[in-house]
Design a binder for this molecule. Structure first.
Ligand code: LMR
Length: 333
């Protein structure tokens, strides 16, 4: 090779290397614990597509569903350590981070409708709660929806008395612990990935979840009865490692915010439909018998569970509970 060609080759390889370098995408690892075909799972995929499109490939999002990478508690630790960049844990799982206020979403009967919920999550209360995460080096980006929970077991759960002595799996929330105790059950915290096996082997007797989680984890195979109780809510906050987020180039962050906004709208549009379809699928499986509560039975449940709102004031804050109830009351039919 002559001098001229050598110089040309060198320039070419530097340019190519430079290009290759500038094209190395920023990777966002997005870990979650539910199946890919749940509302959260689908929205994570939608965010991936939109994020990659709007950043023109500057960002790659790798989604790890079904606790493939981390279980409940581990994923929060991994986020803080920077081993993953994005999560969408349920609002019941922020207590161990020291942000107990999120457990307000777990209070029995606090949201009469989805509209009541949205006015909390999208208004100043919801924004204020996300802001609290910053003290934990976490940035809250959005709330994602799932649905109202039903109760399952291998015996019919019609009255609070039916819960007596049952070991009920809960998420790691003190409000859910109080809820199960108020019904006379023994609450047991289990990671989501361990629920099916726990139910199958009798480590726990029953559980609560929205139908989309119940069906996609095949809980209907190991639970004979499902009470359509709608006694509480389960939803999510999408969160990122703050240092990672703040360190992104401004144009990339703006593109990701746009992707998140659209993925969130999409998530909300599928959450109820997915839960309705899952309930239908459970019914069609013929494996689980549904229990619909009479008005008198509903009143008994409320009587047993409503005091949890009061007993949790010292943990969550009286003002916050009152503010949420006030906002929700605007949506009472
Ligand atoms: C659960 O642990 O039951 C849920 O939080 C799982 C989920 O992420 O929906």
């Amino acid at each position: 090779m002559g001098l001229k060609q050598l110089a040309f080759a060198a320039i070419f390889s530097i340019t190519a290397a430079g290009q290759a370098f500038s094209q190395t995408p920023i990777v966002i690892k997005f870990s979650h614990v539910v199946a890919a075909d749940t509302p959260k799972g689908q929205a994570a995929e939608r965010f991936k597509q939109l994020a990659e499109k709007y950043t023109g490939g500057k960002v790659r999002v790798d989604v790890y569903p079904n606790s493939q990478l981390y279980k409940d508690k581990e994923e929060l630790e991994a986020l803080q350590l920077g081993a993953v960049q994005m999560l969408a844990p349920s609002l019941a799982k922020f207590g161990p981070l020291g942000v107990k206020e999120f457990e307000v979403f777990d209070l029995p009967y606090i949201f009469p409708t989805k509209e009541a919920l949205y006015s909390v999550t999208e208004g100043p209360i919801g924004k204020g709660l996300l802001k609290k995460l910053e003290t934990r080096d976490i940035t809250g980006l959005a709330y994602w929806d799932n649905g109202f929970k039903d109760m399952s077991a291998n015996k019919p759960l019609r009255n609070p008395a039916d819960f007596k002595g049952l070991k009920m799996r809960i998420q790691s929330s003190k409000v859910l612990d109080a809820e199960m105790r108020a019904l006379g059950a023994n609450p047991q915290v289990l990671a989501f990935s361990e629920v099916y096996q726990g139910l199958q082997t009798g480590v726990v007797d029953g559980t609560e979840n929205p139908p989309s989680n119940f069906y996609t984890q095949k809980m209907h195979e190991v639970q004979k009865y499902l009470t359509l109780s709608n006694h509480g809510y389960l939803g999510y906050a999408v969160i990122v490692n703050k240092k990672f987020w703040d360190g992104l180039p401004g144009d990339v962050r703006t593109a990701l915010e746009k992707a998140m906004k659209e993925a969130t709208d999409f998530e909300k549009s599928v959450a109820q439909k997915d839960n309705d379809a899952s309930l239908d699928a459970v019914r069609k499986s013929g494996k689980t018998t549904f229990i619909t509560l009479t008005d008198a039975e509903k009143a008994e449940w409320r009587q047993a569970l409503l005091p949890v709102q009061k007993s949790m004031e010292s943990r969550i804050g009286k003002d916050l509970i009152e503010a949420v109830n006030k906002e929700a009351a605007k949506h009472l039919k």
